[in-house]
Design a protein around this ligand. Structure first.
Ligand SMILES: [Zn+2]
Length: 190
């Protein structure tokens, strides 16, 4: 390999590393778990753990990531996940922002939207955590979920993959039956 070529490669890897550190720091601030940082950057586990401790002042939480698709289908999480995903999809389709940067940007915009009407929402108390937002994109990539459009409001909502898309009614247009119906159903069986 020529010297010039190896220098260029070296410069590229240094700038890639700098960008990874920058992205990792942004994700830590938004509450990302270590597994997310490992998947999105090429930094080592030790460096990421150190970065995490520096920014958050505590060790990264251990344990598995939340991996259930069902969570995204429950009422409030579904509305928040759908909001996040529509922002992400817009950025990905209509702007040059892609991949990890699109995820970070979309999550920030989601937090802004979630804050409307109830004051600022921090990443730590948002309904949809950064890690769950990241998982959601993975579920879309692996075709475990799909976007279905509501026949009433025409909004796009996160739904199980392969569920029929015709006649789909979203969580906002059709809130869950909740307590009332359950009580009635119980009374009927007594
Ligand atoms: Zn609707």
């Amino acid at each position: 390999m020529s010297l010039v070529k190896s220098r260029t490669r070296e410069a590229r890897s240094v700038s890639r590393e700098a960008e990874d550190i920058f992205l990792a720091s942004e994700m830590v601030e938004l509450g990302a778990r270590l597994q997310v940082l490992q998947a999105e950057t090429e930094l080592s586990y030790d460096r990421l753990a150190r970065l995490y401790r520096e920014i958050r002042g505590s060790s990264p939480p251990k344990g598995m990531l939340p991996f259930s698709v069902d969570w995204y289908m429950t009422w409030l999480p579904n509305i928040h996940s759908s909001l996040f995903y529509s922002i992400y999809q817009y950025l990905d389709t209509h702007t040059p922002v892609k991949k990890t940067k699109a995820l970070i940007e979309a999550y920030r915009l989601y937090l802004e939207q979630a804050a409307l009407g109830q004051g600022p929402v921090s990443a730590d108390d948002a309904v949809l955590s950064f890690t769950r937002a990241w998982m959601l994109l993975r579920f879309f990539d692996s075709s475990m979920v799909q976007l279905s459009h509501c026949v009433h409001c025409h909004g796009g909502f996160v739904a199980y993959a392969h569920d029929p898309r015709q006649d789909y009614v979203c969580a906002i247009c059709k809130p869950p039956p909740r307590a009332g119906k359950t009580r009635k159903a119980k009374a009927a069986t007594v």
